[in-house]
Design a protein around this ligand. Structure first.
Ligand SMILES: Nc1ncnc2c1ncn2[C@@H]1O[C@H](COP(=O)(O)OP(=O)(O)OP(=O)(O)O)[C@@H](O)[C@H]1O
Length: 265
């Protein structure tokens, strides 16, 4: 479903601020793969997502999505088949518009649904009810009134109501309190499984990195240094994952947020 072939990206080349953010990185995701990504500070995780979404063109390599070479396809075209959730719950929804209007926008994939019919409204209500947080009774309220967790849940629904070819989750629960984060993560798991989505999820939580999905990737210095799935992943502990990271990266993990994260945060 997704093929990244030897992609590289250097910011500010030839200056004192030169930064090699992605180094000859290759990755292949099969349809339905759900890979978690964890890594050291500045490893290039968000840059990887930016490259896939077309926020910039890579310096070299190619990106193929569902058999189509999208290396030079502009971002606004890619966004029609790639869903993305950010850490900041304020991104991804329009605060001044109602829940129903936000859903109409998402259903039209960037353009308005020309007419929101009674049947559309009913479909929105049913899909909101599946989130199980009472949003189905608040459809005419502005999204700006929702809590962070409610907004992330709504963003998740908006990004998946027309199932995307690829869903990118960039620490989408990191800004939520532990209880809400757990709820949104459970929701994520269900939505990804039910829609058979192909998904990449950046997390700073090693437990989530091992529990969710079918693959765990670890990044360091612009490279994927570990790609674990199948038998190797089953039963792997957080301590075991850290050991593997140290061996793969040739150094100890330097990210305190990851090292200090417990099962519930
Ligand atoms: N637009 C940019 N211009 C210059 N440097 C950038 C840009 N975007 C990212 N970088 C640099 O590239 C490196 C990788 O950044 P990125 O945000 O991808 O890391 P990350 O793995 O997501 O890190 P963290 O977990 O700390 O958020 C960092 O050194 C960052 O400062």
């Amino acid at each position: 479903m997704l093929e990244l072939n030897h992609i590289s990206k250097t910011f500010n080349p030839g200056t004192v601020n030169e930064k090699k953010a992605l180094r000859d990185l290759s990755l292949s995701l099969k349809p339905g793969d759900f890979a978690t990504i964890i890594g050291s500070n500045g490893a290039g995780k968000s840059t990887l997502f930016n490259a896939i979404c077309g926020d910039f063109l890579t310096d070299s390599g190619s990106i193929v999505l569902d058999g189509q070479d999208i290396t030079f396809v502009p971002q606004h075209i890619r966004s029609k088949s790639i869903g993305r959730l950010y850490q900041d719950p304020m991104r991804g929804t329009a605060p001044g518009m109602t829940i129903e209007e936000n859903l109409a926008l998402a259903a039209g994939r960037g353009g308005w649904l020309s007419h929101v019919s009674k049947a559309d409204k009913e479909r929105f209500r049913e899909q909101l009810a599946l989130l199980d947080i009472g949003l189905e009774n608040r459809m005419s309220q502005p999204v700006g009134l929702l809590s962070g967790g409610q907004r992330q849940a709504l963003s998740l629904l908006m990004d998946t109501m027309n199932p995307p070819k690829l869903l990118l989750l960039d620490e989408h629960t990191a800004a939520l309190d532990p209880g809400t984060a757990a709820k949104v993560l459970a929701m994520t798991k269900r939505v990804v499984e039910e829609n058979h989505l192909t998904c990449l999820m950046i997390t700073h939580n090693m437990y989530s990195a091992l529990e969710l999905g079918n693959r765990t990737l670890m990044m360091d210095s612009g490279r994927i240094v570990l790609d674990i799935s199948g038998k190797e992943r089953e039963g792997l502990t957080v301590a075991g994952l850290l050991e593997k990271f140290n061996a793969g990266a040739g150094k100890e993990l330097d990210n305190d947020r990851i090292l200090l994260s417990g099962k519930d945060n």
